[in-house]
Design a protein around this ligand. Structure first.
Ligand SMILES: Cc1cc2nc3c(=O)[nH]c(=O)nc-3n(C[C@H](O)[C@H](O)[C@H](O)COP(=O)(O)OP(=O)(O)OC[C@H]3O[C@@H](n4cnc5c(N)ncnc54)[C@H](O)[C@@H]3O)c2cc1C
Length: 532
């Protein structure tokens, strides 16, 4: 395997199966078979050979129970929400202070050790998938709310605080934190920043990037930097904007300042059932076209409605092909007026059921179903693969029809749950990992959906990030020049490519190579550098 002169980023083959004997040479922790259909950077043998020494050094930086090195104890970290892919890290480190994070990163930088940051591990794109030769840096112990500042309408929190805990910390004063991923009970604000997460209320109140005002971040060199703060704008380039959505590739976030909002006076939701998904898609476009921005507008198709109703008993109609939940919020008079207009638009789009919530409990019941849709679908299939792409809203009917055709072609069922107002699709492809070939078919089906999103003028991601899941599809959206420019940004923060390598970019470059790609007579330069 690679020595000093060999490529740092050589890759492994498509089906990564490492024999027990081969792995045992490096250490016993990784002595098991890995079989992943996703290519990851080849483990750095010299680093693995020094594992014991590395673990000892890390224990000096993070004493006590902050370093986990036994195979059994590391098992919970082998995967994230994209459970199709899993592998054990070399070692797990759970720092508690920014100083510890800084010292760990500086050590890894000096020793050429890769680092994968992790929040709660709910990423659906494999963003927190560990590397066998890497440190998995878990931020769960950064779980304190540092300050609630109602005068400035901000909260300052550590990155391991869960999304919902922020709202819980400020709701006694009538405030809340608006972006609300369905995973909000578990996912961390650090993960939200890294993925630029969204949720039901982001249609009206913006994604994470619109609700984060500042971060403290540790660079791979150990330097601690701050972007933004409690104020609205910052000097110079919008580096805060760059960090939001950077998927753990630029630095490790150790503090976040978020905007908190006053809870709207009233909120009411209306359930609308349609005979076809196309009618529901058309209704979404018409509501927005009428100048109404609902607090949330979510859609489910028949398989998702049935799975959810069976699980949560939210009172959803079962004789419709598509269901919209539209929430209106604001002063009561405005909400009543908008509710009436939305109902009229829905009827003009052939709605079969229009039912407005008449109490807070009923409104919450409408949402309880939608929020539990993923686990509900998990009950009707051994495995599911959740895709995440975004399309122009007006293309919804066309895209839904094409997905139904693909479902037939691939012979796999697909349940659709999505943020309709944002045009953000979450097709859940149902498969059984124990049936040979089904995961491959699910992956191919998912890739076709994402290509379709790009084809109709949309994008590969919505809110789950690129991670490993969409990494190889990036060329469907960006050309070499686009990607090289994005990688230059990465290089400015992490010249050695140690932070979360193998994620987002379909090709691993050495930073020095960027901008010098010159294909001559069909021959790529630097043939030793892996191209996923
Ligand atoms: C049932 C379910 C429903 C979901 N619904 C939604 C939804 O509605 N909307 C949505 O947007 N997402 C949703 N997700 C996806 C996921 O919850 C989000 O992407 C979330 O932001 C991930 O947070 P996490 O703490 O789990 O991060 P992780 O999964 O641990 O990590 C995600 C990424 O963030 C990086 N990272 C984590 N912490 C830090 C840090 N402190 N500094 C730097 N990088 C860091 C990691 O390296 C990784 O690349 C859902 C997931 C599940 C399982």
């Amino acid at each position: 395997m690679a020595g000093e002169a060999a490529p740092v980023n050589a890759e492994v083959r498509v089906r990564m199966v490492m024999s027990r004997a081969e792995l045992c040479r490096y250490n016993d922790v990784v002595s098991r078979e890995y079989d992943m259909s996703v290519r990851m950077p080849e483990p750095d043998a010299p680093v693995l050979a020094r594992r014991d020494q590395i673990v000892r050094a890390l224990r000096r930086i993070v004493p006590g129970e902050g370093v986990i090195a036994s195979e059994l104890a590391m098992r919970p970290y082998e995967s994230d929400g994209l459970t199709a892919y899993r592998q054990l890290p070399m070692v797990v480190v759970l720092p508690e202070t920014t100083r510890q994070v800084s010292r760990v990163l500086r050590y890894c930088h000096d020793q050429g050790i890769r680092v994968v940051p992790r929040g709660a591990g709910t990423s659906l794109s494999g963003g927190a998938l560990p590397l066998v030769d890497g440190v998995l840096l878990g931020m769960a112990k950064f779980n304190r709310i540092l300050e609630t500042d109602f005068d400035n309408r901000v909260a300052v929190v550590q990155p391991g605080v869960t999304n919902l805990a922020i709202t819980k910390a400020v709701e006694h004063r009538g405030f809340y934190y608006a972006p609300d991923p369905s995973s909000q009970i578990a996912c961390t604000i650090g993960g939200n920043v890294a993925e630029n997460s969204g949720g039901v209320h982001c249609l009206k109140y913006g994604m994470t990037t619109n609700n984060v005002l500042g971060v403290e971040m540790v660079l791979i060199t150990g330097e601690v930097v701050r972007f933004g703060g409690k104020h609205l704008d910052s000097d110079g380039y919008d580096l805060l904007g760059l960090v939001t959505g950077s998927e753990g590739l630029l630095g490790v976030v150790t503090e976040v300042t978020v905007r908190i909002l006053q809870k709207p006076e009233t909120a009411r939701a209306v359930l609308v059932g349609f005979p076809t998904s196309e009618d529901a898609g058309a209704c979404v476009a018409k509501i927005i076209g009428a100048g109404i921005i609902p607090g949330g507008m979510e859609m489910m198709d028949a398989p998702a409605i049935h799975a959810t109703e069976e699980f949560v008993h939210a009172g959803y109609p079962l004789d419709v092909e598509a269901l919209l939940i539209v929430e209106l919020d604001g002063p009561p008079a405005e909400v009543d007026h908008l509710l009436e207009r939305v109902s009229e638009i829905a009827r003009s789009c052939r709605a079969a059921v229009v039912r407005a919530s008449t109490s807070e409990d009923e409104r919450l019941a409408f949402w309880a179903g939608r929020k539990a849709a993923f686990p509900a679908v998990g009950r009707i299939s051994p495995d599911y693969y959740c895709m995440d792409g975004t399309i122009p809203r007006a293309k919804l009917p066309h895209v839904l029809a094409r997905m139904r055709e693909m479902s037939q072609t691939y012979g796999l069922r697909c349940a659709n749950v999505f943020h309709a107002g944002d045009g953000n699709l979450h097709p859940l492809i149902l498969y059984d990992a124990n049936k040979p070939g089904e995961l491959d078919r699910a992956e191919a089906f998912g890739a076709d959906i994402l290509r379709l999103c790009v084809e109709v003028g949309g994008v590969l991601t919505g809110e789950h990030g690129v991670g490993v899941e969409k990494r190889d599809l990036m060329p469907a959206m960006f050309n070499e020049t686009d990607l090289a420019h994005q990688e230059r940004v990465k290089c400015a923060f992490d010249a050695k490519g140690l932070l979360n390598p193998g994620k987002v970019f379909p090709t691993l470059h050495r930073c020095a190579e960027l901008g010098r790609m010159h294909v001559r007579a069909g021959q790529l330069p630097f043939p030793d550098i892996p191209r996923f």
